[in-house]
Design a binder for this molecule. Structure first.
Ligand code: BDP
Length: 718
């Protein structure tokens, strides 16, 4: 008896700790019971039973998700039936597989839903009340199911639903910079999710939960491997493993893509060349693509980094980017595959400003790419800096569909321990006006195809996901994965709406928590810009690992990887002159933008030192001298982190202690790092400005020599 009791108690403890473990694993899909009593009652009433007619794998997962979600949210089991037995029914399906949906005569409304969209509506028929999730395709049904669950999770009214939702961009893709040895380039949340060693035999539950999370926000593609590619992934042993992942993801509408190493025909094909115009090379890629489609019939295609940072490419053979992209595009075209060819190219042998090189190389190729090629362009012309003006290629290639590449992982944004909500940064780029076809030609319109009437459209996010229990290292890193998906689906959503949704689902619907934490999130990016790279400064981080400040980095084998190349501080002032008197990078923008950026009086202050070399005593908008403004900005960045700490401290008790403490600890690390940035940068720049740090500001804790001697070892993600 005693033994049974002990076992029982142990079991209860285990179950209890499992039920209450808030370690972040469940992301925004926690499905905890709705707290608002009247909402709970309304939801319970609306979802008397679930009916999903049809049994494809995707409909199955929609059913599972609705069951799991509703059981949790409603705190009671909701039966699934095949025919109506109750008064209030939740029905999901397409007219082709569900007689019930067909009878509701939604075909007019469904026209607007397209291939991936859906309708959510409330209606009645034969005296019964229906909450309807309808779509033209099974994946639309799944996306609609997640939307409905989100409405419940965020405690919205579902009594009179009438909405249609369709994605604005076709290919919404995560880029994993994951290596085959499971290290992740620029990854700060553990190792790669893909356990290549155990694949194809072992399918980790994580793969399924990863696919569920992606489907819940509409992400429909995943590039499994690093852009700095390894040709081995294209060999049969690895393709079997890739196929196993593709099989696991397929029900969730998640297509698999691979990075193609341009020299693969030599490395694994035994050819002497990888020249894209060589018929043998073309035949090799064709045959390789056919082979891949044998394993993965719906393989998405290739992502390619070529002739960039030492990667092989068509230029090794005197060919251009279009030659390279087209060869691969031809190889996958018959199977419906696409090629995402990256425009992240620059060369240290090239004397021109690095910011200009991609445009210089790609603009002349406009119109030369095959129909199934997307050119993938980073948001700004350098490299995922805390803040960059939009890339001048946007708007500038009318005949080529351009795909956006955002970085979700925080390589230059404090990495794993920094709370940086990135939606405002993504939106800043998307909403930038290129003036390509006059006012209103935003970057978003180029990406979503409306500017130049492209139907092939795409957006990529460099993933921040790893084996950490909470997936993203920082609990708030999850918000950036979430945001990327939501904006990829609908870039008109506001940062505020997305933050609110995410907070409600991830933490609580309690408004006393939501309001302050949302405003903390919304200000977080600006705070970081202030303590790292205010006023348009860029690329002044630690050498190679990019962790912490390193404005003094110089004399390396590549000038374009040093900090002094970018900030150009001297006795007179600081900043990179990209106007006519300097590199003239401004000339790559359309005239109204070029004019605005080129003029010291009209350039937005946030880009001041990006485009201008400015005197230390120049008066900025605040009326302060540039030097004093720099001091205030750096200091206000540190103050901003302290405010975030205060905000977070005040919500203790409103969320589980486990995640509360985790975030609190990381905020303390962030405060330490912010001071490090402020002190190191101000002391270093002061050696040029020779001006004092204003009296009322906190003084640096150590000497410049101290900061310059810091040399963090084994920083993750290199
Ligand atoms: C830089 C990273 C480097 C990547 C490169 C790229 O430092 O690790 O390989 O971008 O995007 O930001 O190719």
């Amino acid at each position: 008896m005693k033994k049974i009791c002990t076992v029982f108690v142990l079991l209860m403890i285990l179950l209890g700790s499992h039920a209450f473990a808030e370690d972040g694993y469940r992301l925004w899909q926690r499905y905890e019971q709705v707290q608002d009593a009247s909402k709970l009652q309304a939801y319970r009433k609306a979802a008397g039973e679930i009916i999903i007619q049809g049994n494809s794998p995707t409909l199955k997962v929609a059913q599972q998700e609705l069951e799991m979600g509703l059981n949790g949210l409603l705190g009671q089991a909701v039966p699934t039936t095949q025919q109506p037995t109750q008064q209030n029914i939740l029905v999901a399906g397409t007219p082709s597989t569900s007689a019930l949906i067909k009878e509701l005569n939604l075909s007019d409304k469904l026209k607007a839903a397209g291939d991936e969209g859906y309708l959510l509506l409330t209606t009645t028929k034969n005296g019964r009340n229906y909450t309807v999730i309808a779509a033209n395709t099974d994946i639309g049904v799944l996306y609609g199911s997640f939307h409905l669950l989100r409405l419940l999770q965020t405690e919205q009214d579902i009594a009179k639903l009438s909405l249609t939702s369709t994605p604005k961009i076709k290919h919404r893709v995560l880029n994993h910079w994951d290596n085959l040895d499971r290290t992740v380039e620029r990854g700060y949340s553990g190792f790669s999710l893909w356990n290549w060693h155990l694949l194809p035999d072992y399918i980790d539950q994580r793969y399924i939960d990863y696919a569920r999370a992606n489907a819940s926000i509409g992400i429909n593609g995943t590039v499994l491997t690093n852009v700095n590619a390894n040709a081995l992934v294209l060999t049969p042993d690895y393709l079997k493993k890739v196929a196993a992942l593709a099989d696991a993801f397929r029900p969730y509408g998640l297509k698999v893509y691979l990075t193609a190493r341009f020299s693969a025909p030599i490395e694994i094909g035994g050819l002497k060349t990888a020249d894209p115009l060589d018929p043998q090379v073309q035949a090799w890629w064709k045959q390789k693509s056919d082979e891949i489609y044998g394993y993965v019939p719906d393989f998405g295609g290739f992502l390619v980094k070529a002739n960039s940072e030492g990667q092989p490419g068509p230029q090794n053979y005197g060919r251009n980017h279009a030659d390279g992209a087209n060869m691969l595009a031809d190889a996958v075209a018959a199977h419906g595959g696409i090629v995402m060819w990256r425009a992240f190219v620059y060369d240290d042998k090239e004397p021109d400003d690095r910011a200009k090189q991609a445009y210089n190389e790609f603009k002349p190729l406009d119109g030369q790419f095959r129909d199934n090629v997307l050119v993938q362009v980073k948001n700004g012309p350098i490299d995922f800096q805390p803040r960059e003006p939009f890339h001048p290629m946007f708007g500038a290639m009318p005949k080529t569909p351009l795909m956006m590449e955002f970085q979700i992982t925080q390589e230059y944004l404090g990495q794993g321990t920094t709370l940086a909500y990135l939606s405002p940064m993504y939106k800043e780029t998307l909403e930038s006006d290129t003036y390509a076809k006059g006012k209103g030609s935003t970057v978003a319109k180029d990406i979503d195809g409306t500017l130049y009437k492209h139907t092939l459209t795409g957006i990529a996010g460099v993933a921040n996901i790893g084996t950490d229990r909470n997936w993203t290292g920082h609990q708030f890193g999850q918000a950036n994965w979430y945001t990327f998906g939501r904006l990829a689906w609908d870039h008109t959503l506001s940062s505020e709406e997305i933050a609110e949704e995410w907070l409600r689902m991830t933490f609580t619907n309690n408004s006393q928590f939501i309001a302050p934490v949302k405003s903390m999130m919304l200000g977080s990016h600006e705070t970081i810009v202030n303590y790292m790279t205010p006023l348009g400064l860029h690329h002044i981080m630690g050498w190679s690992h990019h962790y912490g400040p390193g404005p003094w980095i110089k004399d390396k084998h590549r000038a374009d990887w040093t900090s002094v190349y970018y900030h150009r501080a001297d006795e007179k002032g600081i900043g990179f002159d990209r106007t006519k008197t300097g590199s003239n990078a401004v000339s790559q923008y359309f005239p109204p933008v070029a004019k605005q950026f080129a003029n010291l009086k009209t350039v937005p202050e946030k880009y001041l030192l990006w485009f201008h070399h400015v005197d230390w005593d120049y008066k900025v908008n605040s009326g302060r001298t540039l030097w004093n403004e720099l001091c205030y900005r750096y200091s206000s960045g540190v103050d901003g982190v302290r405010q975030m700490q205060q905000t977070w401290d005040k919500v203790q008790g409103q969320v589980d202690e486990e995640r509360f403490q985790h975030v609190k600890t990381f905020l303390a690390i962030q405060e330490k790092e912010a001071k490090w940035w402020r002190d190191a940068c101000l002391l270093y720049f002061q050696t040029f400005s020779k001006r004092p740090i204003p009296q009322d500001l906190e003084k640096p804790a150590h000497t410049l020599e101290h900061y310059m001697s810091l040399d963090p070892k084994f920083v993750p993600g290199i």
